[in-house]
Ligand binder design. Sequence first.
Ligand code: PLP
Length: 217
Amino acid sequence: MVAKALSSIKEALPAGVELVAVSKFHPVDRLMEAYNAGQRIFAESRPQELAAKVPQMPSDVRWHFIGHLQTNKLKLVLPYVELVQSVDSLHLLEAINAWGMANNKVTDVLLELHLGAEETKQGFTAEEILSVVSWAGTAQLKNIRIRGLMGMATNTDNMEVVERDFERIERLFLELQAVNPQITELSIGMSGDWPVAVRHHATMVRIGTDIFGPREY
Ligand SMILES: *Cc1c(COP(=O)(O)O)cnc(C)c1O
């Protein structure tokens, strides 16, 4: 089932849009089904779960982190991931840079834009992102590369609201990309809304449920 779901999503994705398989809460044998069908990029949202899965999966898996990351958990995440998609504060950005200096690693990150209405949702405002990007440039965070933006649309069935959210992040992405050639990635779109995201410049979609089925909490 996993293989079939993967291939139908891949067929629908335009060339150049990377499929990130969101494997949080799924056991390793399910991840291996996706791996055996050719999937290589997997994303997790909890540090302990990521650190436990890494040694159980083949070494050519490319791990992304997409959850809220506390600075005391960096060592469970940063050694293993090629991209932290969910940087949601300046404090975290500086801590990732400091960890990288101490451990001789440059970490690629996306800045998370707060989209939608939910109060609990993490992330920067658009104004904050504009200032963080220019500040990070002048502060010379040598162990960080800001590669783009990540966003989650409002949790609603109303596709007009989702569309508006994606338009907002797309606009900011294009604005940043015009001034900073290092910014190439826009991570938007999940199981319910990825077809909308690909119409708004998504370069990565993060899909869990449509690949693996409902999560086993
Ligand atoms: C869980 C999660 C996803 C995937 O959600 P699905 O609805 O299962 O596709 C995508 N992005 C983030 C940030 C997540 O936490």
